[in-house]
Structure formats: structure tokens, C-alpha cells
Write a protein that binds this ligand. Structure first.
Ligand code: GLC
Length: 721
């Protein structure tokens, strides 16, 4: 590629650094369109652009690539990138739901199916996985993350990158992964979209950095910069973040692409006086591709002729882009992966749709099931009521090519499974009226059991959807109050892209089922769970608060000097870290999810109480299923460090295992504990393991745990007990 680089003109080099949106290629060729005129670009600039985002479809990509190469002096292929986040045409549950499956296998398969379908449609790179750690449900993009825990996010990040790119080679059924958003975009102050992120480097490195590192360890070929400021400088201009941490420490040598116009936004942030200065800052930070700010295209050519450093930086970026195109095989075959035939065969194939259904079945979370009101039996007369009872809008945000109109409705699948189903809307998403309520009441009175399908539309989570009130809209809560007053069993199914304040929903309902946005076969998956064909096994990847006033609320919070002591009275408990108007506890904790089976953890044992360097402590626990229903559950291993150089979380997930336990069966799960699993971030911003006592906890969620004390000693000889 260096020889090719040497043959390129400065204009051609800078062209490779430019990414354009799809509308610059109308009618399958570059044309003078509104955006081009608006940005005063020439047709030559467009034909010089190195990549385009948001275009797919075998025939369309083939035509554009052909037209583009005809105008390329050196025949450097155009790179096609897209947001294939949780599916291409077969849409899987939103990533937050996939995180809640606690199954890396499910995440990897979702990415594999998305890669195969989109590669056939000519996509080369996906802007995924998004691995931002999230703890604030007011922020709409929590739906795109896998949750609040560094370890869970790291496991899922690896699975996603492996699914998208493949294990060894990047073959025709796989696409390059672009891990995003670097970094810490998930921690905007007040949960307000695009707001400042201001966390210590100590916390960033302990809680936020691990998942990006995991994705890069899995050889993610691209990274995307985040819109937000971090450590006082916007990420896209942050040399410490991008050169020192990303490139040097994490040894990332792939392509760094800005988020949409993030270079241009450096002017709004106030760190660049104009677009030219913004281009200079971003280039120096190591941003290779400018997504849609045009700063590079407009200002780098003149500067590069005056400034050798700029010319050198441009060459480095261009070389990384050329190498990415070579890794993708585009120089050998600019039409790599494109196949109208495969498009026909695999897109929305039954196998792919079935995989999406399994993923949904693994992600749905049973949050309440009073007196085993679920599963329902086929002879029950059901009233299905709510704005999500009869809609295909269950794909969630970032489902790009997914089509709601081809997505089965819950009404349809339930009517196929249960003999007597009556359906009423009861309320719109945000508005209701007496007529809707009367219609709902009439069918509810005629039923044995009510299923309320409530929640938000897909477009009320995802980018630019921050909210201050995370309860169900009042009109839907009013509907639930009416239904609950009828004295019939009430099962509430919640469709949402974020944790919501379900306090009132929980109080009104006999059962609560969290559907998230379950994707193309979500309705069938839900019906299978409602009727007991499938035993739910999803767990919460994010805490559900009792009130938005508790947010950010997460399980692995750092200890304080004034911990609550549940053995003391409220008067004795006055001057402690708490509220006077709400509990500290969540409504539903991280890792929580019920089953139709009756699981119990017992007999936690360890083969020794002393852990030494280079050694392992083996712990075991038994999972007992006291019921006649087989089912899966997630055994979660946490640690609590009693004394550390820096304050330690009250508990931290270090391992988990999703297991199937037969009816009346017992399964033994084990943990091989090594010193590195106890490591913590120290004041000098390096990780190491302190000597001392650690509680090793095991549970089926973050609150209900058993524990064993282990001592980590670097020199102490083990005393014979
Ligand atoms: C958006 C998002 C980013 C996405 C990009 C391209 O603004 O922040 O996640 O990949 O633009 O669509």
C-alpha cells in the first residue's frame, strides 16, 4: 500500500479522509445534488471521497462502485459503511436486551447474521458494537449499549466483534466492526444527549475503558470518536485520549473515524476557532476519516503543502485507510461480498429469523409473577390491551433496514396460540380518551386474564431522545389503573429501550414481563414465554430505579463513609448516605430476572481460603431446580474487596454462567478465581491486586447472594486450618 500511497496526489490522499452520506450518490452515481451545492463541493471531490455511509443493496452498491471506479485514476475502491447495529433486515432485540441475555453466544450469532445479510448487500463496515457503559436511563442511547457493568459489556463487546468480523479471516460473510463511541459517551451529565462527560481518569479507566479495550483486543478494525468532551477536551480533538490511551496503550492501529460532523462540532465546543483549526486538531489527534464535516476536504490540502507534519499525518491516515480496504479484499475484488443471489437466499431467511426469535426468547425478562399467574393456559379467555398490542413497531431504534410492516404483531402470534383473544388499544402512546378506555374495559370484563401491552414507540429511545420522566406516559398508567380495578389477573408486558420507573406498573400488575424491543420475531418469542413454551431466562443488564430521582443508580456503586445499616432504626439511620423521601434500593436490581422454575443456590464451597500469586482458588456452587419445569438461569459471581488503596465498589461482577437446569435437577457451577480477577485501579492509574480479604459472592442477581471470604496474600504461607 505504501507504493500506492506514493503515487497519489495530495488531493487524492485527502479524498480518502472524507466520508460522505448516501445522498451524494443519488441514482447510483455521484450527482450535483443539494448537499453538494450546499457544501460547495465539486463533483471531483465526491469521486475522490474514500467512503460513504448509509448505502446498501447489492445492485445499488455494485452500480455505485462501478461508476465510482470509472472516475478513479488509481482504481481505489469506495468503502461502504452503515449502522448495522442489531441486525440488517432480520432485526434482533436491541443491544441492551442482548446484554440481558447474558449469553455471548446469542450476541455473537446476532452479529454473524447481521454481517452475512449486510455483506450480501454490499456493506463493508458496520458502526457497531456500541460499548459505552451506561448508568442513566434518561439518556436514550442506553438501548444501544449492553448495560451498566464493565465485565458484562466486555464479554459482549468481544462476542459482537467476533460475530461481525469472524474469528480468523474477514471473509465474504463478515464485515469490519467499528467500536464506538470512544470514549465514555454513555455518561453525559443529567442524561442529556451530547452533554459534557466529566469523570475522573481513575473512574474512566476502572469502569468505562474495559469494554473498548475488549473490543480492540478482539481486533476491531475501526474505532469511532464520541461527540462528548472528556477530561476537558472533546474526544475528537483529544490527543491524550486518542494517541496515548487508544493508539499507544490499547495498541489500536486501525482506522479512527469521527462521528457525524464531530470535527465540525469542535468549533461549537469552543476548542477550535474555525473549521480549519478543527481539521488541524482532529488530524493531530489521529482522526483518519472525517464523517460529514468536510473540514479535511476543505482545509487540509493548502495546509499540507505548507506544513510537513500535516503532510506526514495525512500520509499515516491514508495508509491506514488503504490497508483497511486491502484487509477487506477490495483491491482484489471491489465487489467483495455483493451478491444479489445471496441477498435473495439469506436475507430474512427462516434460519436467520429463527435466530432472532431465540435471541428474543433469551432476552425477555420476567420481573414479577405473583401466584404464578404466568404462563397462561390455552383455554384462558384473554383480553390483549394497549398501544403495543397490535403493531409491528417493536424493532427498536437503529434497526436501519428492518421493516415494521413485515414484523408480526403480538396480537397475531397470541391469537395463533390461544383460542379466545380479544384486542383493544385502550390508549395511544401518550394520549387516551374515554372511548378507548370504555372499549378496553368491555373486553377486559369479558376475559379471564388481561394482558396489557404498554410502553414507548421505537423512536422514543436511541439518539437524541433524552427524557426527564422515565415513567409510562400518564394515559397508559391511567389505562393500567382501570384494568387493575376490574379484579382480574393483570399481566403487563413492557416494550421499552431504556429502564423505566415501573413502580406503579409493578404495584398494579400481577405479572410484569420486560420485552425491551424484541426484534423481527419478538412477538412470537413473547407469545412463547406468555404461554410457557419458553421459560424466560433474561436478566437485567441495567438497574431499574424506583424513581428517576435516584439516577444514576447502579449496583456496583463505590462505598461511602456513611453506609446504610439495615439493622438500625430510621432515627439512628439519619446521618447516612440516603434520601429522606425514597429508598436507596432499586425496584429491580442488576442481574435480576425470574423464571417459571424454582431455582436455589446452595453449598457454596472453596478449595482453600488463601489465594497466592500465580495460584487459583476453585469455588463451586450448586444450582437446584425445585420445580418440574426445566429452565435456564444465570449464576453471577461478584467480589467485594474489604480494604483497598482506592475505594471499592460494594460488589463487582467478575464472571457469569448461563446454565440449563433440568426439572428437579441440580447443576454445579464453578469459578476458578485468580489474582487478576481481584485487581483494582490504583491512584497511579494502574491496575493491581491489593493483599487482604475479599468476599466472593454468588447469586442469581446482584442483591440475593451467598459469600465466602478469601484472603489474597503475596507472601503468607497457607496455615493448615
Ligand atoms: C450518529 C451516531 C453514530 C452513528 C453515526 C452514523 O450521529 O452518533 O453512532 O454511527 O451517526 O449514522
Amino acid at each position: 500500500m505504501k507504493r500506492l500511497l506514493q503515487r497519489m496526489t495530495t488531493e487524492e490522499k485527502i479524498g480518502q479522509l472524507l466520508q460522505l452520506s448516501a445522498d451524494f450518490f443519488a441514482d447510483n452515481q455521484a450527482v450535483i445534488t443539494g448537499p453538494m451545492k450546499a457544501h460547495k463541493l465539486t463533483i471531483e471531490t465526491v469521486y475522490n471521497a474514500g467512503s460513504v455511509l448509509g448505502i446498501s443493496g447489492a445492485a445499488r452498491v455494485r452500480k455505485i462502485q462501478t461508476d465510482y471506479l470509472a472516475h478513479s485514476r488509481l482504481k481505489i475502491p469506495l468503502l461502504f459503511m452503515a449502522d448495522v447495529v442489531h441486525g440488517y433486515r432480520t432485526i434482533f432485540p436491541i443491544p441492551l436486551a442482548l446484554g440481558g441475555s447474558f449469553s455471548p453466544q446469542v450476541m455473537q450469532q446476532a452479529a454473524e447474521v447481521a454481517a452475512a445479510e449486510s455483506a450480501a448487500g454490499g456493506v463493508h463496515v458496520t458502526f457497531a458494537p456500541m460499548v459505552d457503559l451506561v448508568r442513566d436511563p434518561r439518556w436514550g442511547r442506553v438501548m444501544e449499549s449492553t448495560g451498566e457493568d464493565p465485565y458484562l459489556n466486555s464479554v459482549m463487546a468481544k462476542a459482537a466483534v467476533t460475530g461481525f468480523q469472524g474469528l480468523e479471516t474477514l471473509d465474504q460473510d463478515h464485515i469490519a466492526a467499528c467500536v464506538k463511541h470512544f470514549a465514555a459517551y454513555g455518561a453525559p451529565e443529567a442524561g442529556r444527549e451530547y452533554n459534557t462527560v466529566d469523570i475522573s481518569e481513575w473512574r474512566f479507566r476502572e469502569q468505562y475503558l474495559p469494554a473498548y479495550a475488549a473490543a480492540i483486543e478482539s481486533q476491531a478494525l475501526l474505532v469511532m470518536t464520541s461527540f462528548n468532551t472528556l477530561f476537558g477536551v472533546p474526544a475528537t480533538a483529544n490527543q491524550r485520549l486518542m494517541r496515548q490511551i487508544l493508539r499507544d496503550e490499547l495498541q489500536f492501529n486501525g482506522v479512527l473515524i469521527s462521528d457525524w460532523d464531530a470535527i465540525g462540532e469542535l468549533v461549537h465546543h469552543g476548542v477550535a476557532g474555525d473549521l480549519s483549526a478543527a481539521a488541524d486538531l482532529a488530524l493531530k489527534a489521529g482522526v483518519d476519516i472525517d464523517m460529514m464535516s468536510f473540514a479535511y476536504a476543505k482545509y487540509l490540502e493548502r495546509v499540507s503543502k505548507l506544513d510537513q507534519q500535516t503532510a506526514q499525518l495525512i500520509d499515516e491516515s491514508v495508509l491506514r485507510i488503504l490497508e483497511l480496504k486491502q484487509t477487506l479484499g477490495l483491491f482484489d475484488d471491489p465487489y467483495r461480498g455483493i451478491s444479489e443471489d445471496r441477498e435473495q437466499k439469506i436475507i430474512q431467511s427462516e434460519a436467520n429469523l429463527h435466530a432472532a426469535q431465540i435471541a428474543a426468547e433469551q432476552s425477555i425478562v420476567l420481573l414479577k409473577n405473583r401466584q404464578q399467574v404466568l404462563p397462561i393456559t390455552p383455554e384462558k379467555r384473554i383480553a390483549l390491551i394497549g398501544p403495543l398490542a397490535d403493531t409491528g413497531d417493536i424493532l427498536g431504534s437503529w434497526s436501519w433496514s428492518g421493516k415494521a410492516e413485515e414484523t408480526p404483531h403480538l396480537r397475531t402470534t397470541l391469537e395463533q396460540a390461544v383460542a379466545h383473544v380479544q384486542v383493544a388499544r385502550g390508549s395511544d402512546y401518550h394520549m387516551g380518551n374515554d372511548a378507548l378506555l370504555h372499549e378496553a374495559e368491555a373486553i377486559a370484563r369479558d376475559a379471564d386474564l388481561i394482558i396489557a401491552a404498554v410502553g414507548l414507540p421505537s423512536d422514543e429511545s436511541g439518539e437524541a431522545t433524552s427524557m426527564t420522566d422515565i415513567r409510562l406516559p400518564e394515559s397508559q398508567r391511567k389505562l393500567l389503573r382501570l384494568l387493575a380495578s376490574l379484579g382480574k389477573p393483570l399481566v403487563t408486558v413492557v416494550f421499552t429501550g431504556r429502564p423505566m420507573d415501573l413502580t406503579e406498573v409493578d404495584a398494579l400488575s400481577d405479572a410484569v414481563l420486560l420485552a425491551w424491543f424484541p426484534g423481527s420475531r419478538g412477538a412470537q418469542a413473547l407469545t412463547n414465554v406468555l404461554t410457557g413454551v419458553v421459560n424466560p431466562s433474561g436478566k437485567l443488564p441495567m438497574t431499574f430505579p424506583r424513581s428517576v430521582g435516584q439516577v444514576p443508580l447502579y449496583y456496583n456503586y463505590y462505598r461511602t463513609g456513611r453506609p446504610i445499616n439495615h439493622d438500625q432504626t430510621d432515627d439512628e439511620n439519619k446521618y447516612l448516605s440516603k434520601y429522606i423521601d425514597e429508598s436507596n434500593d432499586p425496584l429491580y436490581p442488576f442481574g435480576f430476572g425470574l423464571s417459571y422454575a424454582d431455582f436455589e443456590l446452595s453449598d457454596l464451597t472453596t478449595d482453600t481460603a488463601i489465594l497466592k500469586p500465580e495460584s487459583t482458588v476453585n469455588l463451586q456452587v450448586r444450582v437446584v431446580n425445585h420445580s418440574n419445569v426445566p429452565g435456564q438461569t444465570v449464576v453471577q459471581w461478584y467480589i467485594h474487596q474489604e480494604v483497598g488503596e482506592t475505594v471499592r465498589p460494594v460488589k463487582q461482577l467478575i464472571s457469569f454462567e448461563k446454565v440449563m437446569v433440568p426439572a428437579q435437577g441440580i447443576v454445579t457451577c464453578s469459578l476458578a478465581l485468580t489474582p487478576d480477577m481481584l485487581a483494582s485501579m490504583h491512584m497511579n492509574l494502574t491496575e493491581s491486586t491489593d493483599e487482604g480479604n475479599y468476599q466472593i459472592m454468588v447469586g442469581l442477581n446482584a442483591d440475593d447472594i451467598q459469600q465466602q471470604e478469601i484472603q489474597y496474600a503475596e507472601n503468607k504461607e497457607e496455615h493448615n486450618a
